[in-house]
Design a binder for this molecule. Structure first.
Ligand code: PLP
Length: 380
């Protein structure tokens, strides 16, 4: 199998499988961290140690991190919670239309509730320009929240390293900034000092589905979305799961230990594929500022879904648009927003890599593409 769909989800790595076994089989592993007896105290200690380890890796305080079920929960909590806790901050939210649905859907609902959501246009590089961002901040003196994605899941387009912090400080010093770091985590540095809230997803970094992390700066006021027993300082009620926290932590730790090596290896694969695909008249849709882990390309003469299923016959897995919208069979809104013509966008295929992919797989992918053109294309 050749798996080039790592932006959709990733296979659990060995460290995660080991952590799962240890957590499930260790003495008293099932204890509830909220219990007063020894089993609970032990579970609480382990849970705290996972907070500590993640905080160390991400460069923040353990009290600024909350284990959550997924990044969608993180986005909803950050967006809704920030506005609910800062009702007088203003009525304007700045974002883009290329955000993941985890951000776009709550924003759409907030617009219906009366918020002024300003969607910045993105350029062919897939990101809003500094000028556009500055203009929106100048035009709106009541910005309460800014929501941006550091690395786009469909194209790999990356925001500038500083995430426009100077402009934010200058024009909207009180606005909170939420950054979706889901596709950046473990691939490029994620500087939490540049935002007030951030979300991360375990299943994108070789952990399992069902675990994620929400960062809320100690200086930001955010109301919890989920109310209940007051666990995790009341920010995220629900019985704490040392099991899931351990699986997130193991994956994060492994990703950080291998980050530089992984970047170099994946950059090599990306370069090779760009060169080989260019020889075959395949158009690269990912912009130049994209991180190498995502390569969005448009094959001539094959619609996205046809190519996806052709590749599947070779045991090669890719995706068309992002996994959560792929079933609607729509052309990618992210590509259209970045000005990609409809015809190219409707043939788009996203290849997304992880540190486990190899050059050999990339070469086999190219062989499969050649075979597909030979076998299935009736040339005019
Ligand atoms: N943000 C981005 C950029 C994503 O790619 C995804 C998942 O595809 C999400 C948010 C949502 O993550 P989760 O599946 O953990 O809810």
């Amino acid at each position: 199998m050749i798996y080039f769909d790592n932006s959709a989800t990733t296979a659990p790595c060995d460290a995660v499988i080991k952590a799962a076994t240890e957590e499930l089989t260790s003495n008293a592993a099932f204890g509830n961290p909220g219990s007063l007896h020894k089993l609970g105290v032990d579970a609480k200690k382990r849970y705290a140690s996972y907070h500590d380890e993640c905080a160390k890796l991400l460069g923040c305080a353990p009290e600024e991190l909350y284990f959550i079920s997924c990044a969608t929960e993180g986005a909803n909590t950050a967006i809704r919670g920030a506005l609910a806790a800062n009702k007088r901050a203003g009525k304007t939210i700045i974002s883009t239309r290329t955000e993941h649905k985890a951000t776009l859907s709550p924003l759409e609902e907030l617009a219906q509730e009366g918020y002024n959501v300003v969607y910045l246009p993105v350029g062919s590089d897939g990101i809003p320009s500094e000028e556009t961002f500055e203009q929106a901040l100048k035009d709106n003196d009541d910005v309460a929240l800014i929501c941006l994605t550091y690395v786009n899941n469909e194209t790999g387009a990356k925001l500038p390293d500083d995430i426009y912090i100077e402009l934010r400080k200058k024009y909207a010093p009180n606005a909170l900034c939420y950054v979706d770091f889901v596709q950046a985590l473990g691939k490029v540095p994620c500087d939490l000092r540049l935002c007030d809230m951030a979300s991360f997803s375990g299943h994108k970094i070789h952990s399992v589905k069902g675990c994620g992390l929400l960062y809320v700066s100690k200086d930001a006021k955010v109301k919890p979305l989920i109310l209940g027993g007051g666990q995790q300082d009341g920010m995220r009620s629900g019985t704490e799961s040392p099991f899931l926290a351990s699986l997130f932590t193991a994956a994060l730790s492994e990703a950080y230990a291998n980050m530089d090596e992984a970047y170099g290896r994946v950059a090599g694969i990306n370069r090779y594929l760009r060169e080989e695909l260019a020889k075959r008249n395949v158009t690269v849709l990912s912009p130049d500022n994209a991180i190498p882990f995502v390569l969005n390309v448009s094959f001539p003469d094959f619609q996205s879904e046809t190519m996806l299923h052709c590749l599947e016959m070779y045991d090669i897995y890719v995706s068309t648009v992002s996994a959560c919208t792929s079933k609607s069979k729509k052309v990618s809104y992210v590509l259209l927003e970045a000005g990609v013509p409809q015809k190219l966008a409707s043939n788009a295929v996203r290849l997304s890599f992880s540190r486990y992919n190899t050059m050999d797989e990339a070469a086999k992918f190219i062989e499969a593409v050649d075979d597909i053109y030979d076998k299935f294309l009736v040339r005019k």
